[in-house]
Ligand binder design. Sequence first.
Ligand code: COA
Length: 137
Amino acid sequence: MTQFELFSELPTADAFKALYDTTGWGPASRDTAFYQAALAGSWRARAAYAEGQLVGFVRAISDGHLHAFITEMIVRPEFQGQGVGAALLGAIIADCQAAGLDDIQLFCAKGKSAFYQRHGFVSRPDDAPGMQFKPAG
Ligand SMILES: CC(C)(COP(=O)(O)OP(=O)(O)OC[C@H]1O[C@@H](n2cnc3c(N)ncnc32)[C@H](O)[C@@H]1OP(=O)(O)O)[C@@H](O)C(=O)NCCC(=O)NCCS
């Protein structure tokens, strides 16, 4: 079992980009300045470190009063399945609850619904789904 620690300070953009690029979500050609700017818009964050290496991250984007959106929930593949994700998610939910936020949302990646359900998330009803803008063409 890997020992890890959580910190609320944002990681460096270089370390975050290296972590983000493990997901295949975005073009690896994005430079660190892009991620630096994106991270600067975070409301709360948690970074997990093991032996000085960034091994996990999560953040919330929020107005601090009504809504929070949890995003960039990522654990390095070789550190998955050891409770790092659970610790990160629990910490960011606690941040939201401490601020009195009761609308905490996220988009669940394919195959991850059991993980989020274990942490208190439920799917929206079919007649009131979450929706995402998709440009025509
Ligand atoms: C989703 C993600 C962040 C979860 O991180 P993680 O560190 O693997 O999460 P945990 O270790 O806390 O839990 C994962 C599983 O390992 C199991 N587990 C946790 N600790 C364990 C331990 N000590 N021993 C054995 N199994 C354990 C849990 O039962 C859990 O099962 P579940 O997924 O069915 O709930 C990770 O899979 C990931 O980064 N995926 C790629 C990016 C992604 O898809 N992010 C989600 C975007 S919505």
